[in-house]
Write a protein that binds this ligand. Structure first.
Ligand code: ADP
Ligand code: F6P
Length: 325
């Protein structure tokens, strides 16, 4: 842990954007300024840092942003940051701009970048920002609540038309490697099936049999929530229709799940986490990530956080199946 006095902090967003990132940026900026620090915004994530896209931020620069989706700082993915040279360069640029502390809002990949910068003498704090909820040290990630509500509302609409036409509907939600959005929508939308990347060995024959069974039991539709990591929704729809004779349609919700005005929960949690990140920097902490666990906001060592594993809660998955009776 570094013991230097923090005078200037930077903030960046990295990886996929998530609703609530602006609330976190706003909290970092205003907490920092309120506590006498200079605050700099880094545009376009690590790529922007390497390109020296660094701007001073005032309290007014974050006015009117808490309710906006996306990230006012823009975000990016940056291959160069994965290299040692890129990391050295990024640390040198932070030093050049007097940035003693950096708040990185993103997912595990972004935290790995923050970890490297911390080792190079820049105090770093990570905030969990991803709609995927796939960060092991925390039960909450900025953006998940908004995304899951957006997806839920969209799926309700698909369900209406699916019921009218007595169809099977496959709805693909985001989650390349993580099935939380799919699991939560599966429960919230009362889906018959949830397909998640964590359960790769899904059995299409069993689904086909189940559709036929459900028809016999008088079900008017059959909703399958399919995570992006499994994908193939269009072809799956064709195969299911052929095998069951039940009209089947696929809907891919896509990036609409990543946009939109953040929910109250995302605004509040992101604000608290943003303020906490600044307080941790002022305390001289580095290489920490803020999480929310067992009803408390906590901070974890990034090395430990990145080593933690998070699986899909089997019991919740079983409940989802039982409720589809
Ligand atoms: P997320 O932060 O949502 O997990 P990515 O995995 O795309 O998203 O990572 C975002 C960015 O973080 C990458 O484009 C890269 O710049 C940086 N990053 C990812 N992994 C590392 C790593 N091992 N070391 C340094 N930087 C990394
Ligand atoms: O933000 C997370 C996520 O939405 C994943 O679920 C998805 O696989 C990925 O981002 C897609 O990101 P992009 O289309 O920006 O590459």
């Amino acid at each position: 842990m570094a013991d230097k006095v923090i005078r200037t902090i930077g903030v960046l967003t990295s990886g996929g954007d998530a609703p609530g990132m602006n609330a976190a940026i706003r909290a970092v900026v205003r907490t920092g300024l309120g506590k006498g620090l200079k605050v700099r915004g880094i545009r376009r994530g690590y790529q922007g840092l390497l390109n020296e896209e660094i701007i001073d931020l005032s309290a007014r620069d974050v006015s009117d942003t808490i309710q906006r989706g996306g990230t006012i700082l823009q975000t990016a993915r940056c291959e160069e940051m994965r290299t040692e040279e890129g990391q050295q360069k990024a640390a040198a640029i932070c030093k050049k701009y007097g940035i003693d502390g950096l708040v990185v809002i993103g997912g595990d990949g972004s935290f790995a970048g923050a970890q490297k910068l911390s080792r190079l003498g820049i105090n770093t704090i990570g905030l969990p920002g991803t709609i995927d909820l796939d960060i092991a040290c925390t039960e909450y990630t900025i953006g998940f609540d908004t995304a899951v509500n957006t997806a839920m509302e969209a799926i309700d609409k698909v369900r209406d038309t699916s019921t009218s036409h007595e169809r099977c509907s496959i709805i693909e939600v985001m989650g390349r490697d993580a099935g939380y959005l799919a699991l939560w929508c599966g429960i919230a939308n009362g889906a018959e099936r949830i397909l998640m990347p964590e359960e790769h060995d899904y059995n299409e024959e069993a689904i086909i049999e189940d559709i036929q069974e459900c028809r016999k039991r008088g079900k008017k539709n059959y909703i399958i929530i399919n995570a992006e990591g499994i994908g193939d929704s269009m072809n799956m729809a064709k195969r299911i229709e052929e095998a069951t004779g039940m009209e089947t349609r696929a809907t891919v919700l896509g990036h609409m799940q990543r946009g939109g005005s953040p929910t109250c929960k995302d605004r509040v949690y992101a604000s608290i986490m943003g303020a906490m990140a600044v307080d941790l920097l002022i305390e001289g902490k580095s290489n920490r990530v803020v999480g929310y666990k067992h009803g408390e906001y906590l901070d974890f060592d990034i090395d430990e956080a990145l080593g933690m594993k998070k699986g899909i809660p089997t019991y919740q998955y079983e409940i989802a199946r039982e409720l589809a009776l």
